[in-house]
Design a protein around this ligand. Sequence first.
Ligand code: ZN
Length: 691
Amino acid sequence: MTEPKRYLITAALPYANGPVHIGHLAGCYLPADTYVRYLRALGKDVVFICGSDEHGVPITIKAKKEGVSPQQVVDKYHQIMQDAFRDFGIDFSFYGRTSSTVHHQTAAEFFKNLYENKVFVEEVTRQYFDVEAGQFLADRYITGTCPRCGNPSAYGDQCEKCGTSLNPTDLINPKSALSGNTPVLKETKNWFLPMGEIQQSEAFQSYIKRFENWKSNIKGQCASWLNEGLQSRAMTRDLDWGVPVPVEGAEGKVLYVWFDAPIGYISATKEYFDSLGKPEEWKTYWQNEETSLIHFIGKDNIVFHAIIFPMMLMTHGGYNLPVNVPANEFLNLEGDKISTSRNWAVWLHEYLMDFPGRQDELRYVLTAISPETKDSEFTWKDYQTRVNSELVSIFGNFVNRVAVLIHKYYEGLVPDSPGLIDEKLVAANAVLERDIRQSVTKMNDLLDQVRLRDAQAEWINIARAGNKFLADTEPWKLIKTDPESVKTLLFNALQVCSKLAIGASVFLPKTAERLFNMFGLNNRSWNMLDEEVLVHSGQRIQTPEILYKPVEDGEIETQLNRLAEIKKVQESVPQKATLHELKPAITYEDFDKIDLRVGRVLEAERVPKADKLLKLTVDLGFEKRTILSGIAEYYQPDELVGKLVTVVANLAPRKIRGIESQGMLLMAGNDFGKLYSVSPEKDIEPGSVVK
Ligand SMILES: [Zn+2]
């Protein structure tokens, strides 16, 4: 294959209905970022695109549930996700969003092009309609009894008990998830992509030859889809949230979210070049054949990126098709599937509260266990082991020893290298050079193949070789008898540290930055790995600093306890709650002493090292209060933001964990781990009296 002139790398658009967790990061953002950093270090021309996927039914449902608009839902999560990516050094060229004007225009034009090329097949079908809600129902929002196994809560597209895939009309006793009513069948026209037909086309058959070079998990999944024969799929939906279908007779319909989302890569590229004042330049990255298009995704998106989106690009014409779709499998957490709804996850913004400044440690571990070919598992014990025995003991220790010795013997000035005479030292040096050369070669090959997990292991092997070199030559002993040789030994060891810094720029960007400063390395290009001398004699290196703190047992226990609590709440069988005995009667005057007010939660965050507490900022209309509440196990902080709550406003303030709590939230709770905030039924101004 000829070397591409430039690269367009995309990472799956995350769905804007929740924060980002380690499964997302390991699934595609970290591998995409690592690969992009490698290409950039090689001096390649790369554009790296991502953005929030802001359409689709789950967002409208969430908005309805929270009593806000879909736009408010996506505005909130777009910001949270963008911040999390930035904090972990995921260095997108541009992070867009599918609710933007440019995206709406781009997606509408794309659809119109296919419509005018007569790609779509128009079809009138009968779909379930919720009369009370006044809308057609997406498959996921119809439940009923599975005709196969009798499970009473099967979904319109699948029974999760027996695994059968279903059509909504297969369900016995269908019910709308919106209103609980029985939906009616109503005729509606939609536009279908005739995938079976496109599959037979010469262009598609020639495109799928590329699968040969792709990872086996993707090849396998695509082969099974193609062997079964592809079915037509509707590219429009009867909904009111999304990109309106831009043709006549399509009022009240929007583009299918999987039609519009991948076009988000195109519109974000447009917005990126608009922001650079080069509005036509996006075409070079999408339409010029010398550009390589690569989609990083998780395995649940394979069919959309390997088959459906390429079919869209192909039938539109003029676009490049992906040359690779490196999809990862899933990351599990402590023996269980990561689940947003069950709160079984390590959230990135929460990780940073407990491990401030320690982003690279998490990046390192997630790459080391990356689910590249099969599902893998994150455990806190393994996190501790890898950080302590690899980053701290092997890498951090080597770099630190070299820097400390250079400061101790030469006051921080890089010594000259007069050479080695002693046979044992010469041999140790030869082993070092050979090991480094081998590891660098392997690391490069693996990075080229996007095998990042093994590539990072070769990087740490460079530090291993450095440690062995110091152990074999013992410069701290030799300094008394052969100080001339020590100069060369430390000079050579420092070159290894510099190579580690360049390698780190791909895997651990924060660490690399610190090392570049420490060693005064200006040329950070990947080619420097082939050079013998990166830091020269007489150059000054900075005072050595400890790169990583060891992970303490207590830190791991805190995390494990939090997960254990979550599991306990999940597993507590709903039993009949004990009804507490009624308290003695009070007079109205007694009750009237309590000043209850409506408040709106403005901010919510966990309190470090307190599993149950959330610290809230609550607007009471006349003032803002800091209130601590023991509800961290029942609410994600961000799901409280914007919510109305009831506050005991004249409760004497009290200090908890060093923070003054200026009031109390009213909660409804039972003895079986349920605790819910008591909120006014309808929207009312903060400060309103509750009586
Ligand atoms: Zn079933």
